[in-house]
Design a protein around this ligand. Structure first.
Ligand code: FES
Length: 271
């Protein structure tokens, strides 16, 4: 976009906002912010509700299954339902076990570079879209609390890897049907797809790509990092897709386990 005389340079702490007219765009630029607000709001409402439920998060040996909701894994409370407990427990934790762990996946998503762009646009209107006037008169960037916390993203990335590993372990466990042996059910596929999408989301992360290929002056001197970087770069180009797909699917995986655990549906055995 050509810079016009009425545009304002972005300066930390400086004035912001465009020309008097909000925008000259005639296309449906508002559609993307509306979709972002709708999906993120629905996810936050559902995940908060699910986290406080503290029941129907595990399908166990009584129905020959081993399925745990991704919102509750690892289950670290001492009163987790039988079979769902991780090796370690916080004795005396009286609230839902989901509340012990959700800060990590939530922190990873909240600080994600892609989601930042999306929710700054959709919720803050800062700015709502390209060539649309900013709703705020000043700009401080991510230099002050709370937005300075966005810099924690690379640490949440490492926490996310731990959770991905645990959820992959859950997906492998879902192949085991206590009392019957090994097999595949719809629940197995749901947990496998969920773990795969979460890995794709993490591996396509900008921090991950930087970790593998950043600060290297000569790739020929770092052939292994170069290979990682080559592998991750096409994934990184699809980060937005993986962000949405993994967000929606992790909620669907919880819905599925919840429906089976509460007896609304049964987990169909494929073989
Ligand atoms: S940039 Fe989105 S997860 Fe790291």
């Amino acid at each position: 976009m050509a810079v016009t005389e009425s545009s304002t340079n972005v300066v930390l702490g400086g004035a912001r906002g465009g020309p008097d007219v909000a925008t000259l765009r005639q296309d449906r630029w508002w559609l993307q912010p509306v979709i972002t607000v709708s999906v993120l709001t629905a996810f936050v409402i559902y995940s908060t509700w699910a986290a406080f439920q503290n029941k129907y998060y595990y399908v166990g040996a009584n129905v020959h299954r081993d399925l745990i909701s991704p919102f509750y894994s690892p289950c670290l409370a001492s009163d987790c339902v039988p079979g769902s407990k991780a090796g370690f427990a916080f004795n005396g934790w009286a609230l839902s076990p989901a509340l012990l762990i959700l800060i990590f996946p939530l922190g990873f998503r909240l600080t994600c570079y892609y989601y930042r762009r999306s929710y700054y646009r959709a919720f803050w209107w800062s700015p709502p879209a390209c060539a649309v006037s900013d709703a705020h008169s000043s700009y401080s960037g991510e230099t002050r609390f709370p937005l300075i916390m966005q810099n924690l993203h690379r640490y949440f990335f490492f926490a996310g890897l731990i959770f991905n590993t645990l959820l992959t372990y859950d997906a492998i466990r879902a192949f085991h049907q206590p009392g019957l042996g090994w097999g595949v059910t719809v629940g197995t596929i749901v947990l496998c797809v969920n773990a795969t999408l979460l890995w794709l989301y993490s591996l396509s992360c900008h921090a991950c790509r930087h970790l593998c290929g950043g600060q290297v002056n000569s790739f020929s001197k770092h052939p292994i990092r170069y290979r990682f970087w080559k592998f991750l770069t096409p994934l990184n180009a699809k980060h937005m897709n993986f962000a949405w797909a993994s967000l929606v699917f992790v909620a669907l995986a919880d819905v599925y386990v919840r429906l089976v655990a509460s007896g609304v549906i049964s987990d169909y055995k494929l073989f």
